[in-house]
Structures are given as C-alpha cells and as structure tokens.
Design a protein around this ligand. Structure first.
Ligand SMILES: *Cc1c(COP(=O)(O)O)cnc(C)c1O
Ligand SMILES: [Zn+2]
Length: 399
C-alpha cells in the first residue's frame, strides 16, 4: 500500500493512517488520504490495467487497502459511459456523454464509497459504525457491512426512498427514521458515536469513503483514453463525489497518466436546497446552512456539507460553476432522456442534464465541447417519480 498519511486540508496537520482517525482534531475538517505518488509513478503503468479486472480494484496502487484479504466486494463493475447523441442533438450539444452509476451493486454510486470505506474499516478492526444518510449511502454501507460482519446503525429521514430502508432492513442493519433532514439524523448519530464509541461513518467524517468515490474519476479518465472531457456535471449533496473526482484527476496528473487542463467541474443542486450554488455566486469559500431544504432529488438534500470548502475549491480551481435546477425541470429532463435514450435515470442525474442544457443556452458550454453527465443512480430506485395510468382492458378487449 502506498498511503503515507492522512492530512487536514486546512491546517495541513498529518495523522496516522494506521489508526482510526475521523476529523482533524484541531479544526474539525475532513482528513484526506495522501499517497507516495512519486513511488506510484515508478511502480504503476497504464499497461498494467490491460490485464486487470474491470472494477474499481484495478486502481489498487491509488487505494488505501493494505491486504487483499480485507477487500469486501459485492461485485463492483466499471460503469459504462454512453454517448447520448439523441438527447444531445435535441439540446444542441454534439458531444454529450453520461456515466451510468446505476450499474453499481445497490443501484447507486454509493457502493464505491462503501466498498472502500468498509474494506478499510475491516482492516482497522472496526466492529460497528453509525451514519446519517439520505438513503442510498445507508443502504450501500449496510449491505457491505453485512458481508464484512460489521454492525451498522443507520439514521435516515422518514421521507428517504422506501427501497433504501428495505435494503438496510434486510441486510440486518439497525435502522432508525427521523422526522427531519439528514442534518437532524447527523445530530442523533453524533450523540450515538460518543455514547457507544462507534466509528462515525458520516459523510467525510471518516477519510476512506471519498477514496472509493474518487474511482469515478479514474474510470472517467481511462474510459476517455486518458483525455479528460471539457466539462463534468455532478449532482452535489455532501459533495464527496465531486471532491473525489477532483482528487482522482489531480493524482492521475501527478503520476503522469493525464496532462493538460482538468475538466471544468460543475456542482448541480436543486433550487430548494442550493447552499453550494449560493456560496459560489457570492464567491465565498464556505456555504451557509440552507433552511427548509426540500427536493424530489432526495440524495442531494444536504443543507450544509462539512466538505463544502473542498467542493468550492474544486469548482474554483477548475474554472467550473454551480447551478440550481427546480424539481419541475428535474422531472422534465428525466422524462426527456428516457424518451430519447431509453435511460431511466435518477432525479439527481436528471438535474445534470437540465443543467447542461441551461449552461449551453447561456453560452458557458460550447456546442462542440465534450460534456459528461454523472447519473449517480438508477431510476429504478425512485419508482414514484413516474406516474403511469394506462387503460385497463377487459379480457378479450382490443386495442
Ligand atoms: C448521495 C447521492 C448524491 C450526492 O452525492 P455526494 O457525493 O454526497 O454529493 C447524488 N445522487 C444520488 C443518487 C445520491 O445517492
Ligand atoms: Zn486541521
């Protein structure tokens, strides 16, 4: 393993990666995993990938797992990137692509974070963890925890997608619902981890989930032949995916796998929960708590992200942007892409298509630029976003 230490991005204090560390003990900021990139540059060549399995473990030099026997896998796959020409032409973009994270075990990209997070927790001897979630993360962590024999305590808003509850339930997690938002679930978890000395698996309060999510960035670079797209749009809640993609691309640059300009990263949020967008418009480095957050894109209902400063840094450093989409448009574009491309994507993913359309119309994206949408989960996890009322036929009736 090439991990050298954990590092606080604010005060740069180093922490030991062989111990269970959560936040920086002085500034309460998330810790980032650092690698010996110079040695990786010597030891790891693109050609090696040709003979490795098509899943996130193929990037093992850049992952924080020491022993293969600690790997907890539910059959992760490299998710496809599809060129979506029909919907691209309909809005004017000639090079529009979608990476479909719905193919992950459990139907969302949260499996990536859970695969690495749980594997590393097992390696560090963790027996139990607690986490607040908007649904998909809890479901992913509960399923991987079952495989690893780690106890999961999950708290989610009562309005989270029902299927994610059931995934927790059937895999044996201890599940609680709260009549509130993920931020309220977070407060309950914070007390529980103190009381019972659980590992705190809240977004970015342990350093390894992001290492799993960053593998989206590795795959994007590799799938595009190590020539990254011009723009990447990402539905942003806690922002781990976006921070992860940015971290991955910086690491790839450092080891010489990619060169040149990085993609402009765009955080897409919902109009009724857009703290990052507001901070970006005000040119701020951190966001403020968003009151009365509510959107159909439940996975991005995060009123205040602990890693907001890292999301904003990734946007500023790549000359990216942040944009909010309202629920009506989310549903409209979810239907548009299904009609044109046969893809039933999640509302969070649909928000990125709406955002691409808007950014093209206002000139921020040019028609020939290579644009990648991240569909973070399968539409199958959100059956209630569609209402179908077909006529019911009598037996023998004709159509
Ligand atoms: C969790 C989630 C998001 C937000 O992801 P972050 O990386 O935390 O910003 C987006 N879409 C779906 C479907 C999710 O489950
Ligand atoms: Zn610090």
């Amino acid at each position: 393993m090439y991990v050298t230490h954990l590092e606080c991005p604010k005060c740069k204090t180093k922490f030991n990666h062989r111990e269970l560390n959560q936040l920086c003990t002085s500034c309460q900021a998330p810790l980032l995993v650092r690698y010996d990139l110079n040695t990786i540059k010597e030891d790891f060549k693109k050609e090696y990938l040709k003979t490795r399995c098509c899943n996130l473990w193929r990037y093992r030099e850049l992952l924080p797992i020491e022993k293969h026997s600690n790997v907890v896998s539910l059959g992760e796959v490299m998710t496809p990137i599809l060129k979506i020409d029909k919907v691209g032409n309909s809005i004017g973009l000639k090079n529009l692509y979608l990476k479909d994270e719905g193919f992950n075990p459990g139907g969302s990209f949260k499996s990536r974070g859970a695969a690495i997070g749980i594997s590393r927790a097992k390696e560090l001897g963790v027996k139990a963890f607690a986490m607040p979630t908007n649904g998909n993360a809890g479901a992913a962590w509960a399923t991987y925890a079952a495989k690893a024999d780690i106890k999961a305590f999950i708290v989610m808003p009562k309005d989270a997608p029902t299927i994610t509850r059931n995934e927790c339930q059937i895999s044996g997690a201890k599940l609680f619902l709260v009549d509130g938002l993920i931020s309220d679930a977070g407060k309950i978890v914070a007390k529980a981890v103190k009381k019972y000395r659980f590992m705190d698996a809240s977004t970015l309060k342990e350093p390894y989930r992001i290492e799993g999510k960053k593998t989206m960035g590795f795959e994007i670079a590799e799938q595009f032949g190590w020539k990254v797209p011009d723009v990447i749009l990402y539905p942003t809640g806690g922002g781990v995916g976006l921070i992860g993609i940015y971290k991955a691309l910086l690491e790839l640059k450092e080891i010489g796998f990619i060169e040149g300009k990085l993609p402009r990263l765009v955080a897409v949020q919902a109009t009724n929960c857009a703290p990052i967008v507001k901070a970006f418009k005000e040119n701020k480095k951190e966001s403020e708590f968003w009151e009365d957050a509510q959107t159909i894109a439940f996975g991005i209902t995060v009123p205040k992200a602990i890693g907001d400063f890292l999301v904003l840094e990734a946007i500023y450093e790549t000359n990216g942007s942040a944009i909010a989409i309202d629920d009506k448009d989310i549903l409209k574009y979810q239907e548009l892409i299904a009609k044109h491309e046969g893809l039933f994507i999640c509302p969070e993913g649909a928000a990125t298509l709406a955002a691409a359309d808007e950014l093209y119309k206002n000139g921020w994206i040019k028609d020939n630029e290579k644009v990648l949408l991240l569909n973070t989960g399968s539409g199958l996890k959100y059956p209630d976003t569609v209402i179908s009322n077909p006529p019911i036929l009598k037996i023998d009736e004709e159509i």
